[in-house]
Design a protein around this ligand. Structure first.
Ligand SMILES: Cc1ncc(C[n+]2csc(CCOP(=O)(O)OP(=O)(O)O)c2C)c(N)n1
Ligand code: SF4
Ligand SMILES: [Mg+2]
Length: 319
């Protein structure tokens, strides 16, 4: 399976769930499940996905499906796989967790599973906030974004910290496979899910999943926002395989971050100083991923602030 045309048409994640129109997470899960197929065991921690897909006693998953708590995805999928081995069973064991459950509260269990190289697939559905509990900031929320716990006032305007470099943390565990995915780059998406399905050991997929109420965006713009994230450097498509990292899509010209920000109400309040800070951060990240040859006109004003280190010396920075 190497393109969207090869994907099976049956849906282990059925229609009839309760996601908002335009939910990026629902698009990601539907297609991940099509590729993983029905011989899959799914674990979902507390998150939007549990709310939209599991109104007891019904569920949208036509696979074995478990739910326990918020902070333990890495531990529960480890346990499911261990129980299968003990009973002579086998399926793809996948944890589908939000960014709060991955970047923050679930990081310890995630690190344990990765360090032990458990034979499981961990997917982080990153909507950049604690959405089902009312849009609180997480370690994945970008600089400047409004959330209910990074409010906009006269002194502080949105989140003051930059997005945590989770993929650098994952890479430090040296997993057999880790990749970042976008729902706007579907052939790349299909290849990465298929690769993660077929490998053994700990595999990690990081998917950007725009959230309509949390990002204050138009439901029809979810895929366009995902596309602009890559073209502006807010999201980078790459994979880490057996110790080496490679970008899987390289934009021709870096678009200004304002092209991305203007489609989302969560950034509406941002003033020039903060936009410049975010653009500066993106230019350094761009340089780390794409190297010297990737110098871009939009970064010209930031040249003097470029890091002194070479991209090779920066190689542990992956966001
Ligand atoms: C220990 C614990 N703390 C807090 C909660 C409440 N809670 C449930 S889901 C959630 C937010 C989940 O955020 P994220 O993982 O990003 O998933 P999303 O809702 O954005 O899909 C919170 C705070 C909980 N269930 N358990
Ligand atoms: S709140 Fe956001 S993540 Fe949750 S179902 Fe709606 S669009 Fe999807
Ligand atoms: Mg979230």
């Amino acid at each position: 399976m190497s393109t969207i045309k090869d994907m099976p048409r049956n849906d282990p994640f059925t229609s009839g769930h309760g996601a908002c129109a335009g939910c990026g997470m629902a698009v990601a899960v539907k297609n991940i499940m099509r590729i993983l197929g029905e011989n899959t065991t799914v674990y979902v921690p507390a998150s939007c996905l549990i709310v939209i897909s599991a109104m007891y006693p019904t569920t949208n998953f036509r696979t074995p499906y478990l739910y326990t708590a918020f902070e333990n995805t890495g531990a529960v999928i480890t346990g499911i796989r261990a129980a299968q081995r003990r009973r002579g069973l086998s399926s793809t064991v996948v944890g589908l967790a939000g960014d709060g459950g991955t970047f923050d509260i679930g990081l310890q269990a995630l690190s344990g599973a990765a360090e032990r190289n458990e034979d499981v697939l961990y997917v982080c559905l990153d909507n950049e906030g604690y959405m089902n509990t009312g849009i609180q900031r997480s370690g994945a929320t970008p600089f400047g974004a409004w959330t209910t716990t990074s409010p906009v006032g006269n002194v502080v305007k949105g989140k003051r910290e930059f997005k945590k470099d989770l993929m650098a943390i994952i890479a430090a565990h040296d997993p057999p496979y880790a990749a970042s995915l976008s729902i706007a780059h579907f052939n790349d998406f299909v290849k990465k899910v298929e690769k993660a399905k077929n490998k053994k050991g700990f595999r990690f997929l990081h998917v950007m999943t725009p959230c309509v109420p949390g990002w204050r965006s138009d439901p029809s713009m979810t895929v366009e926002i995902s596309r602009l994230a890559v073209e502006t450097g807010m999201w980078t498509l790459f994979e880490i395989e057996e110790g080496s990292s490679r970008t899987t899509y390289r934009p021709q010209t870096m678009l200004p971050v304002t092209d991305y920000l203007k489609l989302q109400g969560r950034f509406r309040h941002m003033e020039n100083d903060d936009i410049a800070k975010l653009q500066d951060w993106l230019c350094r990240k761009w340089y780390i991923h794409y190297g010297h040859e990737a110098e871009q006109p939009v970064c010209a004003v930031f040249e003097k602030r470029k890091p002194m280190r070479t991209p090779q010396e920066e190689q542990l920075h992956f966001i």
